[in-house]
Design a protein around this ligand. Structure first.
Ligand SMILES: *[C@@H]1O[C@H](CO)[C@@H](O)[C@H](O)[C@H]1NC(C)=O
Ligand SMILES: *[C@@H]1O[C@H](CO)[C@@H](O)[C@H](O)[C@H]1NC(C)=O
Ligand SMILES: *[C@@H]1O[C@H](CO)[C@@H](O)[C@H](O)[C@H]1NC(C)=O
Length: 388
């Protein structure tokens, strides 16, 4: 799909869009326009930094610099051996994020397993009478050796899915059996925000249906991927008021199981692991305007991608993992450059992945964690500059 012409077009769109057209004067004053211009030039500088040869000239945004960048390899994931040092007692690990102390936090299903008996055709959870998972489902691990530093979340969840920590260490959890999403402030036992109705799948604005993932912007805006049945993304303000549904007709974006979200704020893009469409697609996040600009999503789709389960942003790049798709397609990781709509690297542990479900990148960009469902495990990777 991503011909260099298309990629170039997308880049020009992303970086030198007609801002006066994008933000009419009656809504956005000159100040906002200047701010956005600054962000856009910042975005282009970040690309150069990620690729290791920024020249510091923020105003010099042209296509030739991108053509150079194209050949520079991004930092590569390298498995940290003997991590965790001792095996974790965990069930299916569905979610992972990293807190501000750079500790990985995982969300697992204990003795609950998602199988053909879990839901009926109308997405109702069938095993509610067994009660919630009795053991702690949220574990904070030591980045040095993977020891459990803290645990939480017993007797609350039925079928854990996504876990996201925002920059204030609020914990955002999705449960596909409850059809709900929760925000927990650090150290609090009651959620401060709840989205969806317990055990009630639905497609109204009040209901969610097997929600998969949450992303939170520095502005406080919340994105919920909803999810296995509604194939939509809901955007809320920080207080939980619904702002927008993506896609919002006549905007065209057909999602099939949006499974994970990664925000690239400098580009104003929300990258979606669009699982069953076997691609990553990055519509405008619309963080700097009320409406998403009428502009096509950046889309990365290659024959070897398969079903994309997890995405995480690092600078202006996206690291992604696929899952079992067909015997012909390796289960592996991808490094993606959304601006050129291309896959710039592939990676996997020597032993291979089984069923990777989610990944997260450390706030200081030094490490990455991948969690798997069957075999249930947590990988730590260093992100290292390639030698050539
Ligand atoms: C940008 O948009 C404004 C407002 O719609 C228009 O007046 C102007 O001609 C446009 N400029 C370019 C270069 O397209
Ligand atoms: C699924 O289960 C729910 C709750 O038991 C029930 O109300 C619903 O009718 C069932 N749907 C189907 C398609 O069987
Ligand atoms: C990131 O944090 C880790 C763990 O504290 C530390 O060892 C590493 O040096 C840091 N890396 C950078 C680039 O700051």
């Amino acid at each position: 799909m991503a011909t260099s012409c298309l990629a170039g077009f997308a880049l020009v769109l992303a970086l030198s869009a007609n801002l006066s057209a994008a933000f009419p004067q009656d809504y956005a004053g000159q100040e906002l326009l200047d701010e956005v211009r600054q962000l856009l030039s910042l975005a282009s500088t970040n690309v150069q930094q990620v690729h290791g040869h920024g020249n510091g000239d923020q105003s010099d945004v042209d296509e030739s610099s991108t053509d150079d960048d194209h050949d520079i390899k991004p930092d590569r994931p390298r498995v940290v051996k003997n991590w965790p040092l001792t095996p974790l007692k965990i069930g299916q690990v569905s979610g992972v994020s990293v807190n501000s102390d750079l500790q990985p936090v995982i969300f697992h299903r204990g003795d609950h397993v998602w199988n053909e008996y879990s839901f009926n055709e109308s997405h109702h959870y069938l095993q509610g009478s067994k009660g919630p998972i009795k053991e702690p489902t949220v574990l904070t691990l030591d980045p040095k050796d993977g020891k459990v530093l803290g645990q939480w979340g017993a007797n609350l969840f039925y079928m854990p899915h996504g876990l996201t920590l925002d920059r204030h260490d609020n914990l955002w959890l999705t449960d596909v059996a409850l059809h709900q999403v929760f925000k927990f402030r650090p150290g609090e036992l009651q959620p401060s925000l709840t989205f969806g109705e317990a055990f009630q799948p639905g497609s109204s604005q009040r209901h969610l249906c097997k929600p998969t993932s949450v992303a939170v912007a520095n502005t406080g805006e919340i994105f919920i991927a909803d999810g296995y049945c509604n194939n939509r993304i809901l955007k809320y303000n920080a207080a939980g008021g619904l702002l927008r549904v993506i896609p919002n007709p006549p905007e065209f974006l057909s999602l099939q199981v949006p499974h994970a979200l990664a925000l690239i704020e400098s580009m104003d893009r929300l990258c979606v692991a669009d699982r069953e469409n076997m691609r990553v697609t990055c519509p405008r996040a619309g963080l700097y305007s009320v409406q998403g600009k009428r502009e096509p999503a950046l889309t990365i789709q290659q024959p070897d991608m398969g079903r994309v389960f997890g995405v995480a942003a690092r600078g202006n790049l996206v690291y992604a993992v696929n899952g079992p798709t067909s015997p012909l397609l390796p289960v592996q990781g991808f490094t993606i450059d959304p601006q050129t709509e291309s896959v710039v690297d592939h990676w996997a542990p020597e032993e291979g992945f089984g069923n990777p479900h989610a990944l997260a990148i450390c706030p200081n960009n030094s490490a990455m964690y991948v969690v798997e469902i069957g075999p249930n495990r947590v990988w730590k990777f260093d992100l290292v500059r390639p030698t050539n």
